[in-house]
Design a protein around this ligand. Structure first.
Ligand SMILES: [Zn+2]
Length: 423
């Protein structure tokens, strides 16, 4: 494709233009342009609007044309919470959970996160890279153009650095943008669990050794902590995130997934970019989030996969004015999906978000959670031409047809990274 591209005959362009981040009533307007066109120059959006207007521009007449054939166009999904690099599925545990063993019981028996850690430490580097590369292709097939990716299945210096370095290499060899987060505080590693070794020693190791090593090499932008029952305490999380901040890493948190621990209030106090999960938050947490710029990132794929009845209170969060984002939490233990469309279906059906709210949460608010709202997350002049075209007539059909991928074409900075039919 040439440097200029005219994307035309789009039944709906869901622009998500307007105020950033989306809060309250502003969530309701997805900024749809009917019978529209988008002009792309050098990978950026040069014009977007009604077809007649855009097609009349002199640059549009010179551009290569791509007929969308009446399909709908959205900003590429921004998946702001993934655990991209892991060595294998945990399908056997899935079967055990179906038979009645809880996620926390499995973790207690040495399964869960630690079983993935043991496998990752032994896995050949190239095998990890290939698995991640294959997943990134699947992300593109499902309309996702940017992901956040966490470390956290290594939990020792060598393996954590390997994960972050692999993310760095993948950034250069494939088109999806990867935003790196250091999650050394995902779980306490096996070597810090026995007699004589305490969790606080691991926290000291993270604060004094690993965080400085990660930042010395510029391997991450964010620092995350799994602050929950059976994981890190609020006090430990504060120490780790403060040390990360001092090294230039912006905090974010896994908060209130299994139990209410005060992680959300901590996140707000530390001006975290996001607090994620939030299945067990209370009214005071919601009020604190609503008054803050900390994004409430909801991960309904986890509740679905674990078969839980209680989802995060998206409706109250939105109505009270919190910034809500949606993400897959792609990981082998609790949410092995990379389909943002499936997450939208869960958000709409199980959490009563409207399709328009869901799309804003999966694009512009997720971009805000990653500090990239000026470049991505909406279809507006000057932003990257990161677009997903769906073989549908109406954006509401994306969550409606649950479990079916309708992506027809994905563009990253104006270039096709997935096409259902040959270009
Ligand atoms: Zn997670």
């Amino acid at each position: 494709m040439s440097a200029s591209l005219l994307l035309t005959h789009c039944t709906q362009i869901v622009t998500l233009r307007g105020a950033v981040p989306r809060r309250g009533a502003a969530f309701a307007d997805p900024g749809v342009i009917r019978d529209g066109a988008v002009l792309i120059l050098e990978g950026n959006i040069a014009a977007v609007g009604p077809r007649g207007k855009v097609e009349a521009l002199p640059e549009a007449r010179r551009a290569e044309k791509l007929d969308a054939g009446g399909r709908i166009v959205l900003p590429g999904f921004v998946d702001s919470h993934t655990h991209l690099i892991f060595p294998a599925s945990r399908a056997a545990e899935y079967e055990e959970r179906i038979a009645g063993t809880s996620y926390e019981e499995l973790a207690h028996k040495g399964g869960g996160i630690l079983s993935t850690v043991r496998k990752l430490r032994r896995a050949p580097r190239e095998a990890l890279k290939k698995r991640a590369n294959d997943a990134l292709q699947r992300f593109a097939e499902h309309g996702t153009t940017t992901i956040e990716a966490k470390s956290g299945y290594g939990l020792d210096a060598a393996s954590e650095l390997t994960i972050l370095k692999l993310q760095h290499e993948l950034r250069k060899t494939q088109p999806i943008e990867i935003v790196s987060t250091f999650l050394g505080a995902h779980a306490f590693p096996p070597e810090y669990r026995g007699a004589g070794k305490r969790g606080d020693d691991y926290v000291e190791f993270l604060v004094h050794k690993l965080i400085p090593a990660v930042t010395r090499e510029g391997l991450a932008e964010f620092c995350d902590v799994f602050c929950d029952r059976g994981a890190f305490t609020s006090k430990q999380a504060r120490k780790i995130l403060t040390a990360g901040r001092a090294c230039g890493l912006v905090p974010r948190l896994h908060a209130e997934q299994l139990a209410h621990t005060g992680a959300t209030q901590l996140g707000v106090a530390l001006h975290a970019a996001s607090c994620d999960h939030l299945d067990k938050i209370d009214r005071a947490d919601i009020r604190a989030l609503a008054k803050s710029d900390t994004v409430a990132t909801l991960l309904p794929g986890c509740c679905f996969h674990l078969g839980l009845a209680r989802y995060a209170p998206a409706r109250v969060l939105i109505d009270d004015g919190a910034i809500v984002a949606l993400a897959t939490d792609y990981n082998p233990g609790t949410s092995p999906t990379l389909s943002m469309a499936m997450i939208l279906s869960l958000a709409c059906t199980q959490m009563r978000m409207s399709p328009a709210e869901g799309l804003a949460a999966a694009t512009i608010n997720a971009a805000f959670a990653l500090g990239r709202h000026k470049q991505i997350g909406s279809i507006e002049v000057g932003k990257f031409a990161d677009l997903a075209l769906f073989d549908l007539d109406d954006y509401r059909e994306i969550p409606y047809y649950f479990g079916v991928n309708h992506v027809w074409l994905t563009l990253k900075r104006g270039k096709p990274i997935y096409s259902r039919s040959p270009q």
